[in-house]
Design a protein around this ligand. Structure first.
Ligand code: ZN
Length: 131
């Protein structure tokens, strides 16, 4: 397992981390196997979605804000219940195949780190398995 840190700059944002993950896959020398991307946080997540049109992540974040408003009748006293709920919906990890030393992603797919309670310094863990 290896990891990298990420400094987020907004309360909510989606950051394309595909190039950083791909670089770690290349470094590992693994030709065929799988790659797990894990976020060790309760108010952040990782998802796979479209990288071509920046309006896609914008629409995702705006829709999440409508579905899960920042303020509601939440009980969590820290004041970031919405971020916890969003993180749970998206999940803390994604796994993709590695083929010929490269991540197997669709043409328009990227890994996105999802910040829901920034800005913060975050960690992304990447594990690769051959076979
Ligand atoms: Zn909290």
């Amino acid at each position: 397992m290896t990891s990298f840190t990420l400094r987020t700059t907004a309360r909510c944002e989606m950051i394309d981390i595909t190039d950083r993950v791909a670089a770690l896959v290349k470094e590992s020398g693994i030709q065929d196997g799988s790659c797990l991307v894990f976020v060790p946080h309760t108010t952040a997540a990782v998802t796979i979605n479209e990288n071509a049109d920046p309006d896609v992540p914008r629409d995702i974040l705006a829709s999440l804000d409508r579905i899960i408003p920042l303020s509601d009748r939440y009980r969590h006293e820290e004041g970031n219940a919405a971020a916890h709920i969003k993180a749970s919906l998206f999940g803390a990890s994604q796994t993709v195949f590695i083929e010929n030393g490269r991540l197997v992603l669709g043409t328009w797919q990227s890994f996105f780190f999802c910040e829901f309670d920034g800005p913060r310094t975050r960690q992304v863990m990447v594990g690769m398995t051959a076979g």
